[in-house]
Design a protein around this ligand. Structure first.
Ligand code: KG4
Ligand code: ZN
Length: 342
């Protein structure tokens, strides 16, 4: 096979974003995402609506991704798709599409673990940025996941800790919901927090063993706190929104930073890479910049378009697997649960 010019078409459909990308080696020629706004009215992702929207989006998106990359489908070297983890109905749309196209074009098929892809998104060629050297610690923070992973090599990863209940993005979104904000509330909390005093309303940091996380207790303490305060003053949330948001954000960032500091101390690894939609949070970014100075870390954050769910990150794994001849076949099923390292 010609490994000099590899063109990968990548498909991502694990949750509520449909995405298609074309990579030329490590470079993304296109990375198109259709976000499904239909879920906003429900305050969270509705699985059945998500799979229907994927079905509607996928063919036009692939056309757009090929057109933007200026690539004909006959030039494609392989097709990479998200096998899991995610919503099964959503995964099936991308999986079936990728299989059919690989059959029609007679090109290899590559299955990708969505969580590994978030981590390996750091290796998409990005001007002015160097990828983290091995070994590094990756913290994946999104609406669906919260994990700390030791990355020894592209395909040698070990999960050191993960959430026992809600993901960190859910903690943001559920807190926002309690404050009457629309879904997804994470970015709105971030905006309000910039104007607020983070020390005004301290919330407890949960005690969780090892490198695991828990966010459900925080949601409960916010709920009780708001019930107590609004009983005394019904306008409490409106008056204090910025301070409440700043206090919530400070607590969530502190929960994350304590664990990643512990992981860095225990492993002796000082290269810290983060990925996932919550990597956009200004509080986390500031905390990482501070940690570079205080802890002597090197930190890595991919461009935002590669942080949220996108097919570009599936494409880079596709490329790396292509080089390593790691192909799959038409019998490979989608997996709602798919652990790193399996
Ligand atoms: O990675 P992502 O796009 O989708 C999942 O795989 O889940 O992450 C979406 C999550 C949502 O929970 C959203 O509220 C959160 O990322 N998010 C933020 C910010 N931007 C996105 N949370 C806090 N601050 C932000 N600036
Ligand atoms: Zn994701």
């Amino acid at each position: 096979m010609n490994n000099k010019d590899t063109y990968i078409l990548a498909i991502e459909s694990s949750c509520d974003d449909t995405s298609a990308a074309v990579l030329h080696n490590r470079r993304a020629l296109s990375n198109i995402v259709a976000t499904q706004h239909i879920h906003e009215a429900y305050g969270g992702v509705v699985p059945e609506l998500a799979s229907r929207a994927h079905q509607k989006n996928i063919v036009p998106l692939v056309h757009q991704a090929l057109a933007k990359a200026n690539i004909d489908k006959k030039q494609l070297s392989a097709i990479a798709f998200t096998r899991g983890p995610g919503l099964l109905g959503s995964l099936l749309v991308g999986t079936s599409f990728a299989k059919s196209l690989s059959l029609a074009l007679e090109i290899p098929l590559i299955e990708v673990n969505h969580m590994e892809a978030h981590i390996l998104s750091h290796f998409i060629e990005t001007p002015g940025q160097t990828p983290p050297p091995f070994p590094f610690l990756a913290m994946t923070v999104s609406g669906g996941h919260t994990q700390i992973v030791r990355v020894r090599d592209y395909f040698d990863m070990e999960v050191l800790g993960e959430t026992l209940d809600d993901a960190v993005g859910e903690a943001f979104d559920k807190s926002a919901k309690l404050l009457g904000m629309p879904y997804p509330g994470g970015p709105l909390i971030d905006q309000c927090a910039r104007r607020g005093d983070p020390d005004k309303y301290p919330f407890p940091i949960p005690k969780v063993a090892g490198l695991d996380f828990s966010f459900s207790g925080l949601k409960t303490s916010i709920l009780y706190f708001l019930q107590r305060e609004t009983k005394m003053d019904p306008d409490f949330v409106d008056k204090e929104r910025d301070h409440i948001c700043a206090s919530i954000q400070k607590t969530i960032v502190e929960i994350l930073m304590r664990k990643i500091r512990k992981a860095a101390t225990e492993t002796g690894i000082k290269h810290i890479a983060i990925a996932g939609g919550v990597a956009a949070n200004s509080g986390i970014r500031q905390a990482l910049v501070r940690a570079e100075k205080e802890q002597g870390w090197n930190t890595y954050i991919p461009p935002f378009e590669y942080c949220t769910d996108n097919a570009g990150m599936i494409g880079i794994v596709g490329y790396l697997k292509y080089l390593d001849n790691r192909f799959t076949d038409l019998r490979t099923p989608a997996l709602a649960r798919y652990h790193i390292g399996n």
